[in-house]
Write a protein that binds this ligand. Structure first.
Ligand SMILES: Cc1ncc(COP(=O)(O)O)c(C=O)c1O
Length: 452
């Protein structure tokens, strides 16, 4: 059952937007045609094909909250590379440090001073003491899961139903209607049946978590403290604290993947909500978009890991990477954390997001669309249901691909980029109230077209 029942009208409205899009983007279309020779689907990475409209727009340049496409159209960017550019495009302080490092050597497989400063900054912010760096959040998740299995001697991982933690094999699992862990739809070329590696539990369900933890087979529980990849699903009071207690009781390593939930502040939800995971994972924006990921461990977990490592075999153990922790990434992370993602910047980003959230919810109510908006610091998202979802399944059931495509294309045609996989808007330090207003104006027009 779709939350927007008039599908004929939706199809007609979408067709009108497609016609406008085509008329406005001859240069992007020509580039896409050219790219479709050597590139699969005309894009360098398959996800870049998942935009509304017949082809993606090609970017000319970007700065701060805005970018310009090859047809000369300027956009307010609320997608921000799906968090990779949450700091805004090319922030000055990051670019300065990155440029300096480019002229001093890019990668050595030797440490630079920046690494220690970046790690100390993260340790102070998140309260976990020992850090390692990777090129992506996916790799950070993979590595900490390996360490967790290594030190516990157990094989399984618990994740939430409809989670997303990057291209990590163990996480492409969901619950079926009988509560069994099964492969997520479209799990491409899975190496094993995920029920061998994984136990899936619903978000906000401590009883289900305890049942899974008590099996004695579990090395780690990998969570986002709030789900952000199936819309936003916020934790109910006591849920995260309850998971901490249970993981301690069953000696299971609790990992907070804060790649997106960093939106709540410099120390993510972990610091803001005074939580105590055994490990924290970060990525995407910490290097302003220069490839960078990180995982931190408590002193106690790090000591367990280190005791079990053999220097002679350390390069063939499945944890690491030739370019991981390279000098360029480390310079980018140091500058971005200390000069761009400052506590003051987070305050301003969240204030702006609160305005976005308030105005979008007001319009939803005025047009009686029956939707709702959830906010997580500087990230907000509307869902096509009237109450906030309690878990991933509820959020997934509210999905409406055609409606989302229409809203996104409507936004794009009015100079606004939303995140392609959700109805999510992210505020960078460079965003302004004028940027928010542009979105509110488009949203009102779109609601009027649907419900007016
Ligand atoms: C919560 C979370 N963790 C990890 C990742 C993986 O990030 P990357 O694709 O940059 O490795 C993502 C990507 O969307 C994510 O949302």
């Amino acid at each position: 059952m779709h939350s927007y029942p008039d599908r004929e009208k939706l199809t007609r409205l979408f067709a009108e937007e497609v016609a406008e899009f085509v008329a406005k983007h001859p240069a992007s279309e020509a580039l896409h045609q050219k790219a479709s020779g050597p590139l699969m689907a005309g894009v360098p990475m398959s996800w870049m094909a998942k935009w509304p409209g017949p082809h993606p727009i090609f970017v000319q340049s970007a700065k701060g909250s805005r970018f310009i496409d090859v047809d000369g159209i300027e956009y307010v960017d609320f997608c921000l590379g799906d968090t990779g550019a949450m700091v805004g495009h090319s922030p000055e302080e990051s670019v300065k440090a990155i440029t300096e490092q480019l002229n001093k050597g890019i990668t050595f497989m030797l440490p630079t001073e920046d690494a220690a400063i970046a790690a100390k900054t993260l340790a102070d912010r998140f309260g976990v003491e020992k850090w390692q760096f990777t090129l992506t959040a996916t790799d950070a998740n993979r590595h900490i899961l390996r360490y967790a299995r290594h030190v516990t001697g157990r094989s399984k991982v618990i994740v939430h139903d409809y989670c997303y933690h990057g291209t990590v094999d163990e996480t492409f699992a969901v619950l079926d209607e009988n509560g069994n862990t099964i492969s997520r739809e479209n799990n491409i070329g899975a190496q094993v049946d995920p029920s061998v590696t994984t136990i899936v539990v619903p978000f906000n369900d401590l009883a289900a978590a305890e049942k899974a933890l008590a099996t004695g087979e579990v090395a780690a529980m990998l969570i986002e403290p709030a789900m952000t990849n199936i819309g936003i699903v916020l934790p109910e009071s006591g849920y995260l604290e309850g998971l901490r207690e249970l993981c301690t009781k069953y000696d299971v390593i609790l990992i907070h993947d804060e790649t997106h939930t960093l939106s709540e502040g410099p120390g993510g939800m972990t610091a803001r909500r005074k939580l105590h995971p055994d490990a924290v994972v970060l990525g995407k924006t910490i290097g302003a978009g220069i490839p960078a990921g990180a995982f931190g461990m408590t002193e106690a977990l790090s000591a367990r890991v280190q005791k079990s490592l053999h220097l002679e075999h350390i390069d063939v153990g499945g944890v690491g990477g030739t370019l991981a922790g390279n000098a360029l990434s480390m310079a980018a992370i140091r500058a971005t954390l200390t000069k761009v993602l400052t506590p003051e910047a987070f305050i301003a980003m969240e204030e702006l997001c609160t305005i976005w959230t308030r105005d979008v919810q007001k319009l939803i109510d005025r047009y009686q669309a029956g939707w709702q908006v959830s906010q997580l610091g500087c990230r907000a998202e509307y869902s096509f249901r009237s109450t906030a979802p309690r878990n991933g399944r509820e959020a997934a059931d509210a999905d409406d691909f055609e409606l989302q495509q229409y809203l996104h294309l409507h936004a794009l045609n009015r100079g606004i980029l939303m995140t392609p996989f959700h109805n999510m808007a992210l505020m960078s330090p460079a965003h302004t109230e004028a940027d928010v207003k542009r979105h509110t104006e488009h949203f009102e027009q779109a609601l009027n077209s649907l419900f007016g």
